[in-house]
Structure formats: C-alpha cells, structure tokens
Design a protein around this ligand. Structure first.
Ligand code: C5P
Length: 311
C-alpha cells in the first residue's frame, strides 16, 4: 500500500482519583475523575491508501478487527467525513493491554487526529469530539491530554488550571481485566450516596494554592476490580507495599485495573521503587506525567506544521 504516512505518539493515562456516582439511564456510570497523561506510549503509524481499514499490532493480545478501537476510529471518521479511501494502521504496543491505562482509547484518538491531518478535514480536537465519544468514553480525553477533570461518562473533559508534574512508577501485573465486568460488579455494591466530593476538594485546594492533595483521592473501582480478579489481591498488596515504603505520595489502581501506579515528588525514590518492583519480578515502568502543554507540543511536532493540535 502506498500513500502518505504519519507516525504518531499515543500516550497512556492514569486516573489520579475516580468516583462512581451512580448508574445512568444509558447503562453507563456517572463518573467524576481526574485524568492524567504520562510519557509511557504506544506508536501508531497510519498510511493512507487502498480501499479498506486494516490494523496490525505487534502484541498478540490486541484484536485487529472491529473490536479494535483504532479500527473503529478510522471507520467512524471515514463515514462521518464521507471518505472512501482506505487506511493501514500499525500499532507498536508498550501500554499494558486491558490494564486501565486507556491504551486502546489513546490509539483511537491518535488515529482521529492523524486522519484529520492526512485527509485535510480541518476538524481539530473540537470537531473530532462527536466521533471520539461514539468510540469510547475515554477517547475524548486523549484529544486533550494533561491533567483534566472528567465528568459524565468520563467523556466531558475540562483541563485543570494546575497541571500535576510528578514522577510516576507503574507496575503491570500482566492480568487483563474487563472494564465492563468491573463496572458490573460496582452496581451490586452501589448504594445511592451523598457525593463524596473528594475530587472537588482536590481541585479547590489546588485553586486555593495549597498544593496538591493526593492522599484524599481514591479509586472507587478498586474493590470491584479485586472482586473480579481475586488472584490479584496479593500482588496488589505487594506492589502497594513497595510504592508506599519508597515514599509514594499516592499509590492507586488505574481505572478498572490491573495496572497500579505510584506518584513520587522525588526522582531517587521513584528509581528505587522501580528497581524494587523489577527485583520482585513485576513488569514495571518509570516515567513522568505529561502536562497539557507538553502533550500539545508533542502532538504539534508529530502532526507537522500545518497540523491541527489537541486543544
Ligand atoms: O466506553 P468504553 O467502551 O471504553 O467503556 C467500556 C465499558 O465500561 C462500557 O461498556 C461500560 O460497561 C463500562 N463503563 C461504564 N461507565 C462509564 C464508562 C464505562 O459503565 N462511565
């Protein structure tokens, strides 16, 4: 297949906190979360040409057909923009698969931004939002990146004034978990409750200039994820133990799991936590958070001078 090629970064996210507020009419859950991009990335290469949408991935656990969110992104955008041309998508995976780090959603957003550029649609992140939310609840966030508040299904995203800049260590227990199954378990334990306001407290402390308040954040999906995958409980206990012992300011499951992350103010501590996790046999990653500005400029560079950029 010949045609123009774009090589794009596709970053992972973690949830600095996640509150499940209730079940919506559409069956989804009403969420309040703080999304954060980190510099762990997949590579997505898109090449225009031919008549079909095809996906190849170097990871055997990633579906390449209709279940692949990048495939759906290309197909949906093609329909939306009334295009007939094909596209070949190649994904090099580093983000844990079904690990709660938004890898599939991030790949889908990368395809949307890339095809917008290749096909010269001029939609930009705002114009792509409608298509993005059809593909998955996390996809709109990846059109923006950085530290952002997610409301509704998680698809209403607002950048936060103070962008979190810390070191991140992620342990991947290598155990995929179905997000739908975890949310299904939440329902059984969900009682109509007062909003806990932990996320709003976090944001208002931030606005008052009192610095970040990671300890008040928690992930409401953690209990359900461990019910869904009881074999993980012991590993999570060990991972959390290492992160806390090395001085993590926060240690939490990401999304519906099973990736587990720690945040560190201090590089040496992050390095030690990473080394300890590796020594205990965990697949681990150490990196940094990506702010809104960093995310934007990395995208600007990838899309080229005339590229529309994430808002
Ligand atoms: O939107 P996405 O396909 O990524 O979500 C995967 C599954 O997670 C959904 O099918 C739904 O069961 C569940 N989910 C939910 N509430 C949300 C987001 C996801 O129940 N806000």
């Amino acid at each position: 297949m010949s045609g123009r090629v774009l090589r794009l970064p596709s970053f992972a996210k973690i949830n600095l906190g996640l509150e499940v507020l209730g079940v919506r009419q559409d069956g989804y859950h009403e969420l309040r979360t703080i999304f954060q991009t980190i510099d762990l990335r997949d590579d997505v290469e898109i090449r225009s040409g031919g008549g079909d949408v095809t996906v190849r991935c170097d990871h055997p656990g990633v579906p390449t057909g209709q279940q692949n969110l990048a495939w759906r992104a290309a197909s949906e955008l093609r329909r939306y923009a009334k295009r007939t041309g094909g596209v070949e998508i190649r994904i090099t995976k580093r983000i844990p698969v079904a690990g709660g780090m938004g890898g599939g959603s991030s790949n889908a957003a990368a395809v949307l931004l890339g095809l917008d550029r290749l096909w010269r649609l001029g939609l930009g992140p705002e114009g792509l939002h409608t298509v993005a939310r059809r593909i998955g609840a996390d996809v709109p966030y990846f059109l923006m990146g950085g530290t952002a508040l997610g409301l509704g299904r998680g698809d209403e995203v607002y950048p936060l004034w103070r962008q979190v800049r810390v070191h991140v260590v992620v342990a991947d227990p290598g155990r995929p978990i179905s997000t739908a199954a975890v949310f299904g378990r939440v329902d059984r334990s969900l009682t109509p409750r007062e909003n806990s306001n932990r996320i709003f407290r976090f944001i208002s402390r931030d606005l008052e200039g009192k610095g970040t308040a990671f300890p008040i954040l928690a992930n409401d999906l953690e209990e359900a994820a461990l019910e869904e995958a009881p074999d993980l409980a012991e590993q999570v206990r060990r991972i959390r133990g290492i992160l806390v012992r090395e001085g993590a300011v926060s240690a939490s499951l990401s999304g519906s799991g099973s990736s587990f992350f720690g945040l560190f103010d201090d590089l040496q501590r992050a390095r030690r936590a990473h080394a300890d996790l590796a020594a205990e046999g965990f697949s681990a990653y150490r990196g940094r958070t990506l702010s809104l500005d960093q995310y934007r400029s990395l995208w600007r560079r990838a899309l080229g001078p005339q590229g529309r950029r994430p808002r």
